[in-house]
Design a protein around this ligand. Structure first.
Ligand code: HEM
Length: 537
C-alpha cells in the first residue's frame, strides 16, 4: 500500500494547459528542459557505461550490493572526478554562440581574403563572449573589459578576430601581459579582487592609464554582451591581389545600440542574477532576436601611413580623426545557441595568429607575443591537438603534424610524415601577389599621456566624466594612502581637472561614515541536539 502510494507521488503530472501556460509565460532559458522533453516524448535511449555496456536498473544504486563490481558506478564516479579542465588564464567566464558572417560591401580593392569578398557571401562563424578577469562562473556584473572572439570558418583556413569592448589596449609591451593579469585578478593570500594590486601596477606602468580610464568610465560596464562594440585594436596589414598594402583597424559595431550600467544598477542586477549577460544573449537568440554587429575597417594607405605625426601601431592610442577613412565590409549575426556549452565554448581555442591570405596581420610586438601565447596556453589547456577538436576544426587541413593526445582524427593516415618528400605528401602553394617585405616598427618606450587626456576631455561628456571620477574614487577607497597619492599625482599629470576631482572626491568619501552592517537572521534554537521526534515503542 505504502509502496504504490510513493510511486504515485513521484508521478505527479501537470495538465497540458498548465505546461503550455508555463512555456508561454517563462523565458527561454527556463524552458530548456521542457523543450527537450517536447522534442523527445520518450527517453532518448537505454543508458550505457562509457564503453557502451547497457545498464540494468539494479546497477543505478549501490546500497546492499557489491559496489565495486558495479561498472556503471565506477565509470560514472571516476569520469565525474575528471570533468574539469584548466580554465582560461584570462577571459575564463564566457558564453558561446553560432552564426554567420555576410559580406555587404565589396572590399576586394583592399584585401584578397576570400571571406571578405563577394557581396552576399556567407561564412559560418562561432563567437565567444567573455569577461576578462573573472574566473569561470564569475559574475557578469563587474567593471572590466568584455571580450568577443570570432572564428570565421573560411575556405582559406580559420580566421580568428579576438576583440575587447575598448578601442585601446593597456600596454605596448607583451612582457606586461602576466603582470597585468596578476594585478587584475585575485590577491593570492586573500583570494579577493584587490584594487591595491591594480592601482599599484597602473602607477608603475603609466602606459596603462588610457585603458584604465576607459574601464573606469561607462564603457567598463555595458548593459550585456549585445549592447557593446568590439575592437581587435591592433593595426592589421592587409593586401589585395596585386600585392598593394593597406593598414586597417577593424571595428564590430553593435546593431543593438550601446548601453551601460551604473555601478548601482549592476549591483542590484548582480544580486539576483550574476549570469545576466549570458542569460540576455541566450534568451535573445532563442526568441529569434538575433544580435548582429557590422564589421567595418578604418583604413590608411601605405603612402599615408609614412606621413603620420603619431604612431598608428601603438595599441594604447586611437587613430587621429581625419587620418583614415572607414569602409564597411559586412555583418556578423548570431542565430544559434550551442546545444552544449562545454563542447563549443569551453573547448574553443581562438588564436589571433589564425589569419588568412590577404590579411598578413599586425606586426607590433604585442601581436608577436600573442602569436605564441595563445597556442601555448591552449596546448596546456586542451592539448597539442586543440585544432582537431570539433569546434576548432578548419574546413580543410593537410599537415605534417602527427600524434599527441587525442583527438588526432585520421592522423593523416599513411601519408608521408616529413617534408620535403618524393612521395606526394602535401605541398605548399605559390602566391605571386604576396608582398615580400613588411614594415619593421620602431616602438618608443616613452609613455604619452596625451591620448588619455584627450579621452577624458574631448571624448567623454560631463556626466560621463563625473561617473568616471566616482568609480575611480570607489575603487581607490580601500587602497593604502601613499598609493592613493601616487594615483592622484599620475592622474593630475594626465589632466589637472581629473586629478583634482579624484582627490576631492576621495577626501569627501573617506569622511563619510561606513554603511551600517546588513541585517542578519539569528539562530535561536540549538541545532546540534537531536531534534527528531522521540522514538515510541
Ligand atoms: C601580450 C598581449 C596578450 C596576451 C599575451 C594575451 C593572452 C591571452 C591568453 C593566454 C588568453 C587565453 C586563451 C585561451 O585559453 O584560449 C587570452 C584570451 C583572450 N584575449 Fe588575450 N592576450 C593579449 C592581448 C589581448 C588583446 C590586445 C586583446 C583584444 C584586442 C585580447 C583579447 C582576448 C580575448 C577576447 C580572449 C578570450 C578568447 C576566448 O573567448 O576564448 N587579448 N589572451
Amino acid at each position: 500500500m505504502a509502496e504504490s502510494g510513493k510511486r504515485r507521488a513521484n508521478h505527479v503530472t501537470c495538465s497540458e494547459h498548465e505546461i503550455l501556460e508555463y512555456l508561454n509565460r517563462t523565458e527561454p532559458a527556463n524552458r530548456q528542459l521542457c523543450e527537450f522533453k517536447l522534442r523527445h516524448p520518450k527517453p532518448v535511449g537505454i543508458l550505457t557505461t562509457s564503453s557502451g555496456k547497457l545498464v540494468e536498473l539494479r546497477e543505478t544504486t549501490t546500497l546492499n550490493s557489491d559496489s565495486f563490481s558495479n561498472e556503471y558506478f565506477i565509470d560514472f564516479l571516476t569520469h565525474n572526478d575528471a570533468e574539469r579542465i584548466p580554465e582560461r588564464v584570462v577571459h575564463a567566464s564566457g558564453t558561446g554562440a553560432h552564426g554567420y558572417f555576410e559580406v555587404t560591401h565589396d572590399v576586394s580593392k583592399y584585401t584578397k581574403a576570400e571571406v571578405f569578398n563577394g557581396v552576399g557571401k556567407k561564412t559560418r562563424i562561432f563567437g565567444r563572449f567573455s569577461n576578462a578577469a573573472q574566473n569561470l562562473g564569475g559574475s557578469d556584473l563587474v567593471r572590466e573589459q568584455k571580450g568577443l572572439a570570432v572564428k570565421f570558418y573560411t575556405r582559406e583556413g580559420n580566421l580568428d578576430l579576438l576583440c575587447i569592448n575598448l578601442p585601446v589596449f593597456f600596454y605596448r609591451d607583451p612582457i606586461e601581459f602576466g603582470h597585468f593579469v596578476h594585478s587584475s585578478k585575485r590577491n593570492p593570500r586573500t583570494q579577493l579582487f584587490d584594487p591595491s594590486l591594480r592601482w599599484d601596477y597602473v602607477t608603475k606602468r603609466p602606459d596603462n592609464v588610457h585603458g584604465q580610464l576607459w574601464v573606469q568610465s561607462d564603457f567598463g560596464l555595458p548593459n550585456g554582451y549585445r549592447k557593446m562594440n568590439q575592437f581587435p585594436i591592433h593595426t592589421y596589414e592587409i593586401n589585395n591581389k596585386h600585392g598593394d598594402k593597406y593598414y586597417v583597424r577593424f571595428n564590430f559595431i553593435s546593431n543593438q545600440g550601446i548601453e551601460f550600467l551604473s555601478d548601482e544598477a549592476a549591483a542590484a542586477i548582480g544580486s539576483r542574477d550574476p549570469d545576466y549577460f549570458k542569460r540576455d544573449l541566450y534568451n535573445a537568440i532563442e526568441n529569434g532576436n538575433y544580435p548582429s554587429w557590422n564589421l567595418e575597417m578604418d583604413l590608411i594607405t601605405l603612402e599615408e601611413i609614412k606621413k603620420l605625426d603619431y604612431d598608428p601601431f601603438d595599441l594604447t592610442r586611437l587613430w587621429k580623426k581625419g587620418t583614415y577613412k572607414t569602409i564597411p565590409i559586412g555583418r556578423i549575426v548570431f542565430n544559434q545557441n550551442p546545444d552544449n556549452q562545454f563542447r563549443d565554448n569551453e573547448l574553443s581555442a581562438f588564436n589571433p595568429g589564425n589569419l588568412v591570405p590577404g590579411i598578413p596581420g599586425p606586426m607590433d610586438n604585442v601581436f608577436r607575443g600573442r602569436r605564441s601565447s595563445y597556442r601555448d596556453t591552449q596546448t596546456h589547456r586542451l592539448g597539442i591537438n586543440h585544432n582537431r577538436i570539433e569546434i576548432n576544426k578548419p574546413l580543410y587541413w593537410k599537415v605534417y603534424n602527427r600524434d599527441g593526445y587525442a583527438p588526432v582524427r585520421e592522423n593523416m593516415r599513411d601519408a608521408p610524415n616529413y617534408y620535403p618528400n618524393s612521395f606526394n605528401g602535401p605541398v605548399p602553394y605559390v602566391d605571386p601577389s604576396r608582398p615580400n617585405s613588411r614594415f619593421v616598427i620602431y616602438e618608443p618606450n616613452a609613455v604619452d599621456l596625451e591620448p588619455a587626456s584627450e579621452f577624458y576631455n574631448d571624448f567623454l561628456t560631463e556626466d560621463q566624466r563625473q561617473r568616471l571620477v566616482n568609480t575611480t574614487v570607489r575603487s581607490l577607497m580601500p587602497v593604502p594612502p601613499d598609493l592613493q597619492k601616487r594615483v592622484i599625482r599620475l592622474y593630475t599629470l594626465t589632466d589637472v581637472d581629473l586629478g583634482t576631482r579624484v582627490a576631492e572626491g576621495l577626501k569627501k568619501a573617506l569622511r563619510m561614515p561606513p554603511p551600517p552592517p546588513p541585517p542578519v537572521l539569528r539562530l535561536t534554537q540549538h541545532y546540534k541536539k537531536d531534534k527528531s521526534r522521540p522514538h515510541h515503542h
